[in-house]
Design a protein around this ligand. Structure first.
Ligand SMILES: [Zn+2]
Length: 237
């Protein structure tokens, strides 16, 4: 039984490495996705900004077209007024021309405000674009590192799995291995626990003395009554 425990402890050491590597293989792509999402979020903000800039510019163009038409109309009214001596007609022409000029002036004011808005948004968009370019650059380098880390971890995982398979086919009895595997799964990679001064180092519960005696006798596998981990004693030599 002492030999079984020794084998299980060796297996446990290997499994701890394996759990670490597997955890790394899960964590690395997740972290990369999280970073990618941040950049994509900035990209959609930039998209939104550019859309708003386009809208403002369209409105500016509309105002320009409208005021061009209105100016033509004013010139036409002024020409008509010059051609006639009818004072009532001249007054009417002048009245309409003044009203249109007021409209033009209001529209121009709105146009100027919009030009300012467009310029401000454009500056924001330019800054954001530069920021995104820097982030993309950083992400490319980061991503290459992650690829390398994943490659290394994957190679290590394959090695560990191979060694594990080899050990599994060694002298440990199948029913013991089954117990071990179940615990490994339930206790996230820690199936074994050292008993130190009657305290289980897996869950820090003090076990009854008779359990200690059974374990010291070395004729059977003893589980912690609290966390169920397979107990072993510290090396005495
Ligand atoms: Zn325990």
């Amino acid at each position: 039984m002492r030999e079984t425990l020794r084998l299980l402890c060796g297996l446990q050491e290997l499994d701890e490495d394996l759990y670490r590597v597997k955890d790394e293989l899960r964590r690395l792509p997740q972290e990369r996705d999280r970073r990618r999402e941040k950049i994509d979020h900035e990209l959609s903000r930039l998209n939104e900004l550019e859309h708003r800039i386009a809208e403002v510019r369209t409105r500016i163009k509309e105002i320009e077209d409208m005021t061009t038409g209105q100016r033509q109309r004013v010139r036409k009214l002024e020409n008509e007024a010059a051609k006639t001596t009818d004072q009532a007609l001249i007054a009417a022409y002048n009245h309409e021309a003044r009203s249109i000029k007021r409209d033009i002036s209001e529209a121009e004011e709105e146009g100027l405000g919009l030009v300012e808005t467009a310029d401000k948004l454009q500056r924001e968009a330019d800054e954001l674009r530069a920021k995104i370019e820097a982030l993309e650059e950083e992400f490319r380098a980061y991503s290459e590192n992650v690829d390398e880390e994943i490659r290394v971890a994957e190679a290590k995982r394959i090695d560990l799995e191979a060694e594990r398979n080899q050990r599994m086919h060694s002298q440990v009895a199948p029913n013991v291995l089954e117990t071990y595997e179940k615990l490994l799964d339930a206790r996230e990679g820690h199936a074994m626990a050292m008993l130190e001064g009657r305290v289980c180092q897996g869950c820090y519960v003090t076990v009854p003395n008779n359990l200690y005696v059974r374990l010291a006798r070395g004729t059977e596998l003893v589980n912690c009554p609290s966390c169920r981990r397979i107990l072993y004693l510290p090396e005495t030599d």
